[in-house]
Structure formats: structure tokens, C-alpha cells
Design a protein around this ligand. Sequence first.
Ligand code: GRF
Length: 197
Amino acid sequence: MNRVRTAVLISGRGSNMMALVEAAKDPAYPAEIVCVVSNRADAAGLDFALANGIATKLIEHKAYPSREAFEAALDAYLRSMKIGIIACAGFMRILTAGFIVGWEGRMINIHPSLLPAYKGLHTHERALADGAKTHGCTVHHVTAELDAGPIILQAEVPVLPGDTPETLSARVLKEEHRIYPEALAILARSLQPNTSI
Ligand code: GRF
């Protein structure tokens, strides 16, 4: 089986990246995590990737004069690594249409809400402020419109009495770690019509 070469983009903690790496340790998993890219030197997830023998690459957006120059460096690195899928996992840079168009259909993201509800930041706080009864997470394709690409998988959790942003986000995060590896596998299989029998 040709496993799809996958890059995970992070900016911080990296717990979703860790879930993807753990899933991909199974040789039958259809994607292989070949590198973890961060735009921040202090991203804690980089240590985990290193400890797991995965190539890490720091491409600091601050080192580039423009968004386009940063994206050109990111694109060049990913192409040099012969990447088939980009999985954004807590990657806190908005990518421009110029970058996204070159990867459309092969770039996914995990978002902590039941899209189309609560696009953008502070999703748990906003769900609580609205008195939402349910909340959750979504894995979706990345398109030029923020948090609006085709949905691959969602998971719903209840909002419980007394929830704080912390308790709610912990409940959602558990589901993120479950559905992100499933969604990556769905995409990787779909890109692999010739997967061996
Ligand atoms: C997750 O909640 C993810 O849905 C959002 O950012 C957070 C990243 O967490 N996009 P981690 O770095 O994967 O632990």
C-alpha cells in the first residue's frame, strides 16, 4: 500500500498532531506523517515530533517580509517533501487563496465547533454565552473562505450545566482526537484509488 505522505501544520500544543502520529503508527493506516511544520519556534508539539522520529521544520512567519513570501517558503518545503496531504492542526495562520488553490482537495483542518456554527476563534466561550445545548468539532477541507470548506466528519458533545470554556473544550478535544485520524484516513483512501488489495 502506498501511504499518502502527509504534513501536519501546527503552531502550539500539538495534541491533534499527536493523535494523527499515533494513528499513523499502524502500518495499515493509509497516511504517513512525514513532517511536522510549525510557524512558531516555541510550539510544544515540535518536541513530540522529534521524539517520534518525524522530520520537523520551523518556518517562522515573522522571518518573512510578507504573507506571500512566508507561504512561498512553506509551499516550497512541502513540495520538496513530496507531500500529498496537508493536515492543519492548531495552525494559527490564515492562508491566502494563492496558497490554498495549489492544495485544494488535499488540505484539511480541525475546528472546535459544529460548523457552520462558530467559525473563527473563541468557539467554546461563544457557545456557552449563547446557551448552546450541544457543541463539537469538525474536520473540513480548507478553502479560501475561512472555516467554510466541505465537511468530512463532525462529532457532537453535550454542553453540561456548570460547563466552563475549559471543561467544554476538554470534552470537545477528546472528540477531536478521535475524528481527526478518521477523517485523514477517509481523505487518504479517497486519494488512493489504486490502493493494493
Ligand atoms: C484545537 O482545538 C483545534 O480544533 C483548533 O486549535 C486547537 C489546537 O489544539 N484548531 P492542539 O494544538 O491540536 O492541541
